[in-house]
Design a binder for this molecule. Structure first.
Ligand code: ZN
Ligand code: ZN
Length: 86
């Protein structure tokens, strides 16, 4: 009875619900998986850690995530208080 159903990815841009194995939204082309944008390079192995959809930065290495890079989520901007000089 308790059928474990896989979570379907929801597009953060247009809210289209994709299929379990979809990597991109079929409606608008936005990525559905918020992977770390740290790609493997010549000197690094990359990270490709899969973060929650609301993560602007990778929980593992602190790199901007794919959603952040694509402009799908806006990172929190720390409030800047004017420095008071005595
Ligand atoms: Zn979409
Ligand atoms: Zn990472």
């Amino acid at each position: 009875m308790a059928d474990k159903k896989k979570e379907k990815p929801v597009c953060v841009r247009c809210q289209h619900v994709g299929n379990e194995n979809d990597k991109h939204c079929i409606k608008c082309g936005a990525p559905l998986i918020n992977k770390c944008a740290d790609e493997p390079g010549l000197l690094t192995n990359g990270c490709s850690y899969v973060n929650p959809p609301d993560a602007a930065y990778c929980a593992k290495c602190g790199h901007p995530t794919l959603f952040h890079k694509e402009g799908l989520i806006i990172p929190h901007q720390p409030k800047q208080y004017p420095i008071q000089v005595k």
